[in-house]
Design a protein around this ligand. Structure first.
Ligand code: SF4
Ligand code: SF4
Length: 316
């Protein structure tokens, strides 16, 4: 009961206060699992809470449309083939880098609809595989509607010099997943190179993954309850011009064609006023269609080992 209350409270607070969520993302609170790291992170958070609350009051007074965090998928190619990948990369039939012009057009459209996004994440697949990653980072960094930029990587690749320069100039954070050393033989070299280039990084900790399920069948229990304690709904995801409340919602809608269109926003097609109306609607929901098929991300979700690999097919 206490655990449920705690989860619900922290998710509600972060949903209600976008600047605070931006601070949490920047300092990786969600990636710290040991007690000691939690204390350090909570202290850091406390120091930054006051400026975040000022930003919150300013946003409210000026009625600004602000998003705490948005993740934009830039590629579905990956160097790994994880069984329980939240983006279901291993289930895709084809893998591709999204074209630069399409990505920039979608990001531009999204930014034209909002006043501010506190934390902007570039995700994959493996983001360092995108050949024009440096240009994507520079485009985002040039916007005054983005607070901080972070980029997810599985730590298997060393980025090229153009990407390193863009990351440094953008003051971006590189979030390196922590997998078994055999899957990440270059990770220490990567960390050294990032450090030498003055690039902020987080080597995330994590002893387990959550298993959201295969999304192909109805789950038992209350979908509303899962939603109320689910950490994934803190990270809306923009994919192919649509903004979804969470990754499983994206996967169910895009890949299975079974999600609810009312649970996403067609960023390319709507006006700024319509986007704002739909975002308000989406943001105040107590459940979305996908929650009926998904096991969520909370203390109640079944845990699985990190990054277990599936065999690759010859076509991959
Ligand atoms: S490293 Fe694994 S979890 Fe990450 S995107 Fe690739 S397949 Fe998915
Ligand atoms: S669909 Fe799953 S991940 Fe998304 S909010 Fe519902 S329970 Fe959470």
């Amino acid at each position: 009961m206490l655990k449920r209350w705690f989860w619900r409270a922290q998710i509600s607070i972060l949903c209600a206060c976008p600047p605070l969520h931006g601070v949490v993302v920047r300092h990786g609170i969600g990636s710290n699992r040991s007690g000691k790291l939690w204390i350090v992170t909570l202290l850091r958070l406390a120091l930054r809470a006051i400026p975040a609350l000022f930003s919150y009051c300013r946003d409210k007074l000026k009625k600004r449309v602000v998003l705490p965090r948005v993740s934009v998928g830039i590629t579905t190619r990956c160097t790994l083939n994880c069984d329980k990948c939240v983006g279901h990369i291993a289930d895709l039939q084809t893998h591709e880098d999204f074209p630069l012009d399409v990505l920039l057009r979608d990001i531009k459209a999204l930014l034209s609809h909002v006043d501010y996004i506190y934390a902007f994440n570039l995700s994959g697949g493996e983001t360092f595989l995108h050949p024009e990653l440096d240009q994507i980072i520079r485009f985002c960094a040039a916007s005054n509607r983005i607070g901080t930029i972070d980029l997810s990587t599985n730590g298997t690749l060393i980025p090229n010099q153009a990407t390193l320069s863009a990351l440094r100039d953008a003051k971006a954070t590189v979030r390196i997943s922590r997998y078994a050393p055999a899957l990440q033989p270059n990770v220490e070299q990567l960390k050294t190179i990032l450090k030498e280039n003055g690039i902020h990084y987080l080597h995330e900790s994590g002893d387990y993954w959550y298993d959201t399920g295969d999304l192909g069948r109805l789950q038992e229990g209350s979908a509303k309850r899962r939603f109320s304690i689910c950490a994934q709904r803190l990270c809306p995801t923009c994919y192919q011009g649509n903004l979804y409340l969470c990754s499983p919602s994206l996967v169910l809608t895009e890949k299975e064609g079974a999600g609810g269109s009312e649970d996403s926003i067609a960023v390319r097609a709507v006006s700024a006023a319509e986007f704002r109306r739909q975002w308000k609607e989406l943001h105040k929901k107590h459940v979305i269609t996908t929650c009926s098929y998904c096991q969520g991300f909370s203390y109640q979700t079944p845990r699985v080992p990190v990054a277990e690999q599936r065999e690759r097919h010859a076509a991959d």
